[in-house]
Design a protein around this ligand. Structure first.
Ligand SMILES: *[C@@H]1O[C@H](CO)[C@@H](O)[C@H](O)[C@H]1NC(C)=O
Ligand SMILES: *[C@@H]1O[C@H](CO)[C@@H](O)[C@H](O)[C@H]1NC(C)=O
Length: 309
């Protein structure tokens, strides 16, 4: 996509945004998904990647855009200009997204791109098309601690008009705990990829580790991609993918999406990007109730999540 194509694409989005509404969720194999995704599920499931394609998988609001930017920069030797060739959602197709949506259909975009491609998904592991595993594609998974992930998703649902209304905060906590949000249960999501990470060679990252020591995690991703960049290029990538720089990058901060769809005045797409912001939202009673339920839902697995760093 050159600049001109991405402009006409903006035009297209503007026109389409008249038909955007808060889609109800529809279950696909027990996982609630946005209506257009459920409607076109068979073509999404049938998608067959190339062995050279890379998948970035996350539960929504767990560090997806951040990881996409790091990967794009790694693959382009830290060239900031090349990585501003188009908005994130055009550079890295969102596999299951279907129109009408504020971003183009992932399958359509993928048809127009030659492998190797980087592909984004929020699908839980059991809904990832089989071809990714058959072709032994590389998969990067990013997990974020439940409480911060919940807070971030809540603010996102307030501003993203293609998502169901979040409703009051107290009720939102319940919906999260029950998995009644787009892409289903956070608990099942993080556990699903965790259990398969060794067998399927998934690079399993934590948002909190990325915040704590971004350079270490950038290097980890670089090695997984079998790349070896110069130290100064790595430093540059770390700097270009800091929250502050990405928030001001119009090709990463999602301001290209019309206000009718993403209302940044309600809450910015890139809001805080912090660890521990949950403590500004949960009351002590809510936190305790959440923790008790968490212990039950996560009893059968030991994933080293941190809620502070
Ligand atoms: C709207 O909401 C979904 C659910 O979190 C999200 O994955 C999607 O990326 C959002 N739209 C865009 C353009 O990011
Ligand atoms: C996105 O980036 C543009 C260009 O730097 C900036 O003007 C705008 O304020 C940013 N938007 C948000 C919501 O941070």
């Amino acid at each position: 996509f050159d600049k001109e194509e991405s402009l006409s694409y903006e035009e297209a989005i503007n026109r389409a945004s008249g038909s955007i509404y808060r889609f109800p969720l529809v279950e696909v194999h027990g996982v609630p998904l946005m209506t257009p995704i459920a409607q076109d599920w068979s073509s999404i499931w049938a998608f067959s990647p190339d062995a050279s394609d890379l998948l970035i998988a996350t539960y929504p609001k767990a560090g997806t855009t951040w990881t996409q930017e790091i990967v794009d920069l790694l693959l382009h030797d830290g060239d900031a200009e090349v990585c501003k060739r188009a908005p994130t959602a055009i550079r890295i197709p969102f596999l299951e997204i279907q129109s009408p949506a504020p971003i183009p259909s992932g399958l359509d975009l993928l048809k127009s791109m030659k492998p190797p491609r980087v592909i984004k998904t929020h699908l839980p592991i059991q809904l990832v098309p089989e071809g990714f595993w058959e072709n032994k594609c590389k998969v990067i998974y990013v997990a974020r601690n439940a409480k911060d992930n919940l807070v971030s998703y809540y603010h996102f649902d307030r501003m993203n008009q293609s998502q169901p209304e979040p409703g009051p905060w107290e009720e939102y906590i319940q919906k999260f705990m029950k998995g009644n949000l787009g892409w289903g249960s956070w608990y099942d999501h993080v556990k699903g990829y965790w259990k398969e990470r060794e067998k399927r060679n998934i690079l399993y990252l934590f948002f909190e580790d990325m915040k704590e020591d971004p350079r270490r995690e950038v290097v980890r991703i670089m090695r997984y991609l079998d790349l070896s960049l110069a130290d100064n290029v790595i430093d540059k990538i770390v700097q270009l993918t800091s929250f502050k720089v990405m928030k001001d990058n119009p090709m990463a901060n999602y301001t290209f999406i019309p206000k009718a769809v993403f209302d940044h005045s309600i809450s910015a797409f890139m809001r805080k990007g912090e660890v521990g912001d949950w403590s500004n939202h949960f009351t002590p009673a809510q936190s305790q109730m959440f923790d008790e339920d968490y212990a039950k839902q996560m009893a059968n697995v030991d994933i080293p999540f941190r809620t502070s760093i």
